[in-house]
Write a protein that binds this ligand. Structure first.
Ligand code: PLP
Length: 355
């Protein structure tokens, strides 16, 4: 149990219009901070007014990207209560990330306690309009002022919150995806399975390239042969071919998404076969030519489920399901959002009340 001190903001920001929240634009009144010092461990847990951090210009995070993060949401249910979706999975994933990055971790219970405490303090900020939520961003930074490359002796774990809008304000429109055949996101032995800032910095160039070509996001191939599909931007990716749903295995180069895991559980529960075997992009394009590529979708906390309407690989374009959301994609979307927003019974015990 953390002993959290409260020094809450005395003045409150004006709440933004719930119909125009966007994503990650507005931030709440308070934030959670806990310090970590080598030899002492975690200390001084506190909830304090949201404000710029004061860190040394030599802080190691600024030079060597010694950082990790998580992304989760708090949802307003029809009875007005607030709930989280599988927060322990985010806590566990952050521990795995931090091990790889030589960063310290909070135990699962303390991570969840900190999230609960901050969301409770910011309860007014959890929006209620259809499809809106409070996005929660826990992160760890190395704060020691030091220009040599080695693990830092001091860190901070911080949580900030941002009210976010319905991802699909104008209905669920399938996205157009560019299959990246030049740049690499992750390699065996690398950091692909972690949520660390450096992974995203290194991926921007492909996003820019995709945008220039008129595509919204990049689908990454494996880093060794550029042959097997891995994931999309900040989403895992699923392909329904001839009745079976395929998604890349989480073997070190793919981020183990909580949404991915939940979709696999639901699909299997519904008796739909799921394969986590590696899937060559060539097989997907071939299935498309033969009319067997039934549905493609991405999964992630921000969008929940994002249908894909078009894939472009080496100049060939695959159109999926006439540019419309597929049946299984739609059912997953309805079920997951139903559970997350408390509109549907949570038979699998995935939600946790904030209290
Ligand atoms: C966060 C993230 C995902 C999705 O994970 P969720 O836990 O479902 O939000 C997928 N891929 C990458 C690269 C990510 O950063």
């Amino acid at each position: 149990m953390l002993d959290i001190k409260y020094n809450l903001a005395k003045t409150h920001k004006e709440k933004p219009d719930q119909g125009k929240l966007g994503f990650g634009v507005y931030f709440t009144d308070n934030m959670f901070i806990i310090d970590h010092t080598e030899g002492i461990g975690w200390h001084d847990a506190r909830i304090v007014p949201y404000a710029p951090l004061s860190i040394d210009p030599a802080a190691m995070v600024l030079h060597y990207a010694m950082e990790s993060f998580e992304g989760m949401k708090a949802y307003r249910t029809p009875d007005g209560s607030i709930q989280l979706f599988r927060p322990d999975k985010n806590a566990e994933r952050m521990i795995n990330t931090n091990k790889r990055m030589c960063l310290p971790s909070l135990p699962v219970e303390d991570f969840v306690q900190a999230v609960q405490a901050l969301v409770k303090a910011e309860a007014d900020w959890v929006p209620s309009q259809e499809g809106t939520s409070l996005y929660i961003r826990p992160f760890v930074i190395a704060t020691e002022p030091h220009l040599g490359v080695r693990p830092s002796k001091t860190h901070q774990f911080i949580i900030i919150c941002s009210p976010v809008g319905a991802y699909y304000e104008s209905g669920i429109n399938p996205v157009k995806i560019f299959v990246e055949d030049e740049y690499t996101r992750a390699c065996p032995g690398g950091t692909g399975f972690t949520k660390c800032g450096g992974n995203y910095a290194a991926s921007l160039i492909s996003q820019v390239k995709a945008h220039e070509l008129g595509y919204e996001q990049t689908l990454w191939l494996d880093g060794v042969e550029h042959k097997y599909v891995e994931e999309v931007g900040s989403m895992n990716c699923f392909f329904k071919i001839g009745g079976t749903v395929y998604t890349a295995p989480c073997v070190g180069t793919v981020l183990p998404g909580v949404t991915r895991m939940s979709c696999i559980d639901l699909l299997r529960h519904w008796g739909i076969p799921v394969s986590e075997e590696r899937l060559p992009i060539a097989d997907i394009m071939k299935a498309s030519r033969e009319g067997k590529l039934e549905e493609v979708f991405g999964t992630g906390t921000a969008a929940v489920i994002s249908p894909v309407g078009e894939l472009r690989y080496e100049g060939e374009v695959a159109h999926i399901n006439g540019g419309k959301i597929g049946e299984v994609t739609h059912k997953l979307y309805d079920t997951l959002t139903g559970i997350q927003w408390g509109k549907q019974p949570d038979e699998l015990g995935w939600t946790v009340k904030v209290n």
